[in-house]
Design a protein around this ligand. Sequence first.
Ligand code: SF4
Length: 476
Amino acid sequence: MPTYALVTFGCQMNQHDSDRIGEVLRRAGYEERPSPEQADLVLLNTCSVREKAEQKLRSEVGRLGMLKRERPSLVIGVAGCVAQQEGERLLKRMPQIDLVIGPDCIPDLPKALIDLELGAPPQVRVGFDVDEPHFLQADPLPGKSPVSAFVTIMKGCDERCSFCIVPTTRGPERYRPAAEIVDEIQRLVAAGTREVTLLGQTVNSYRDPSASLPLAPDAEASPDESEFSALLRSVVERVPNLWRLRYTSPHPRHLTRSLIRAHAELAPLVRHVHMPVQSGSDRVLKRMIRRYTAEEYCARVDALRAVVPNVTLSTDVIVGFPGETREDFEATLALVEKVGFTGVFAFKYSVRPSTPAQRLADDVSEVEKSARLVELIGVADARRRAHLESLVGSVEAVLIEGRRENGALNGRTERNEIVHIPAVDGDWVGQIVPVRIERAFKNSLQAALLDAQPSAPREAHPRAADKGPLRLRVVA
Ligand code: SF4
């Protein structure tokens, strides 16, 4: 049986793509191996959003090239954003590569591998499936499904933020039919999944291509309105044993009235939103083409907080965008303080090929970018630490996601705080359990279980205990 190893660079979306690639390969008769040294095919699933992607790829391909000298039958493939962006050029620059395959061409992977086996020259498949979008289905195995799973609902992006390469590497927005999404979540939950995160580059711009969703309450026509809240309602209604529902990443301009109402009314929708802000300066936001002001962002956060009082927010921020002055940066610091994010993923700006910002002078020095990054991380860390310390002594509901080698349990609260629980016997994984928070660390919490035994398990729906009195129930 042929074997494969997958090496994944980058974001959750890429990890999710790797999971689907693995399923495609396994269906084609391949068996997974933990390392390239043991595999007939090594697929590098690349990301070009922030990293020095090509350098990273070049060094990995160089390493695999040495392996290929010893074992000429080794097939080296490149998937993901760098494959999409560079296509044929990769073969010229790195002749060790046998296969370049873009995210939309993954269903063609088995055929491309057969062609290679039959002696075809190196293969490049990087078209977008614009006319007939295809979404790879998860293949959950009963009892082996992760407690927490990702489900793609859309791909591509129409926003064209000036710093971002995603519209180039992932193409225009394409949406998955609502019935297919619901079906996948039903299958995951039937196989043991308890929490689902809906995935998309601008997940809350979702529209159902099959036009099957009824209009959600408060979803009157407006330029920012989408059918995302209607999809959330459909998922909650049709998958009653889904305990927690998350989504990432939303665009702030689609945090509309109907979505805020969904947060108020849908019990499984968690009290945490990761909503990229990128900058607190209107001048910079305009140059980034983000289509909102800092005040509008804060107004939407306030509207959400008004109906979901304990909601936590995390965000992405870019420092040192072209033209960012000290004053602009201070506006970002002020916004981070004002919103009180419990997580900030901060990055230094670096120019990406084929982006509008490439035409702007990258005029903030590396030294200044690094200094601003350190300052921002300092502010964000202090805020998160204060938040975590405020939870010591409280009782929280934690979804247990796994067990470490030392027997300790790990899980998350609905507000996305990471919780560790010292080693204890019993089948706790996949349960939502009450814990008392005993200690706060820099990024996580330590807690003690309040139940002596795992409760009778997966059929029991802990939603009421999980939510407490804060949330309303589903409105028909
Ligand atoms: S919304 Fe902007 S940052 Fe996000 S994927 Fe689209 S273009 Fe990139």
